[in-house]
Ligand binder design. Structure first.
Ligand code: NIG
Ligand code: FE
Length: 409
């Protein structure tokens, strides 16, 4: 109780599009009743307070803004090492792609991730989950993709499962074995595609270690033809599809995602009007990652306004990873979405909560503050929701709750 604004995001359990993205369902001075980890009632204080039993614990928000926990629908949660050395190289003028072509980039993180034991990866996962939770993120999608060999990928997926089980952060796992062609298959992409299709994917699906399959679809890595084979195999095994598409080249990756019924197409910095039309027709959601544009020093952000105008259920996410986007802060991503992609604070908040939940098929459980949903919510250090992206680069929430329990953050 005692919220300046209870930002509910109440509404239909589907992606919010167009003008709906600005409708936040704000209850001024609102209150919320939580029972057994679930939201029992939401509304004006005068209506909710009488429903509470006399021994109910009262949380005083102190006149602050309360929102649903952030849902970060694109992260590379677990990896060994970091790439601060490459950050310095980019500051000195090299591009992300040049560093990658010289054996750095994803392949550098593959070397350090392979060198880490499963227990070490679990410890790294625990550290990173703390960063997300302290920033107000209560659910993440988490990709493998720094193993690029069967046992190595399974090791990362098991570490992701451990992160979800051992910490209050809900983790949805995605298999990204097609993140890069590993060193031992250099010049033999076809051989690696065979391994993905015939060995890795069946094991991942058989052991139920991932709910989605993703791929880095780029002409120099996995071109559309190869990507189609991998994604089609994943789909046949019952995995949902996501796709790193049009990050550096507009090469038909978003159209491929649409063609195969992918849940999301992610990045889309280079997407053209035809890509947007295809995603709309297929009902796929764009996941925009402005942190990765900012951190590689590019100026070219995804055309968010055109996507909102076209009626796409836009999502924003951190793309947390050691190369192109070393941030776990959804508030920072909201800020970039507003200043660089000209989304309004309300659109950015919708993209960071309910629309993101829809992209993970979790729209019935999380993403808004409505009766029956899980009580994952954040008390922000703000009295107006627009302050969330306005104060950028370090503001932390006052309190974070998952399943009705306050985290020690
Ligand atoms: O989403 N470009 C593909 N994957 C990541 C980067 C991963 C990395 O650089 O380690 C991305 O930007
Ligand atoms: Fe990514």
């Amino acid at each position: 109780m005692n919220c300046s604004q209870l930002v509910t995001l109440a509404g239909p359990a589907r992606p919010r599009i167009g003008a709906e993205m600005r409708e936040l369902g704000i209850v001024p001075g609102g209150a919320m009743l939580v029972r057994s980890g679930l939201i029992a009632a939401v509304g004006p204080r005068s209506e909710v307070e009488p429903l509470a039993s006399s021994d109910a614990e009262v949380v005083d928000a102190g006149g602050r803004v309360v929102t649903p926990g952030f849902v970060d629908a694109h992260t590379h949660l677990i990896f060994g090492g970091n790439r601060a050395n490459e950050f310095e190289m980019r500051c000195e003028g090299m591009t992300y792609q040049q560093i990658s072509e010289q054996g750095g980039g994803i392949r550098a993180t593959v070397r350090s991730t392979r060198a880490a034991s499963e227990a070490e990866l679990v410890a790294i996962g625990r550290k990173h989950t703390g960063w997300f939770l302290r920033g107000g993120t209560t659910t993440v999608e988490a990709k493998s993709g720094y193993g690029l060999a069967t046992e190595e990928e399974l090791k990362i997926l098991r570490a992701i499962r451990a992160a979800g089980e051992e910490t209050p952060l809900r983790c949805v796992a995605t298999f990204l074995g097609a993140h890069e062609v590993p060193e031992e298959y250099r010049g033999n992409t076809g051989g690696y595609v065979d391994l993905l299709v015939n060995e890795m994917l069946p094991q991942v699906a058989g052991q139920k270690l991932a709910q989605y399959c993703d791929i880095f679809c780029e002409p120099k890595t996995f071109p559309v033809g190869e990507a189609r084979l991998i994604l089609a195999a994943a789909k046949a095994l019952g995995l949902g599809l996501r796709c790193h598409a049009d990050q550096f080249t507009c090469s038909g990756a978003a159209q491929l995602a649409a063609e195969l019924g992918a849940k999301t197409a992610d990045h889309l910095e280079q997407s053209d009007a035809a890509s947007i039309t295809a995603l709309k027709a297929a009902g796929a959601q764009p996941v925009l990652l402005p942190g990765s544009v900012y951190a590689i020093g590019s100026q070219r952000y995804a055309p968010a306004r055109a996507m909102i105008e076209a009626g796409l259920g836009v999502v924003i996410a951190t793309d947390f990873n050691p190369g192109s986007s070393p941030t776990a802060s959804m508030a920072m991503v909201m800020s970039l979405a507003c200043t660089q992609m000209k989304m309004t604070p309300a659109e950015a908040l919708t993209a960071a909560t309910i629309n993101a939940a829809c992209s993970l098929d979790l729209q019935h459980e999380i993403g808004s503050l409505e009766a029956g949903k899980v009580a994952d919510f954040v008390v922000h250090e703000a009295s107006d929701y627009r302050e969330i992206p306005y104060w950028f680069g370090g503001q932390r929430p006052k309190m974070v709750f998952t399943g009705g329990t306050r985290l020690p953050v």
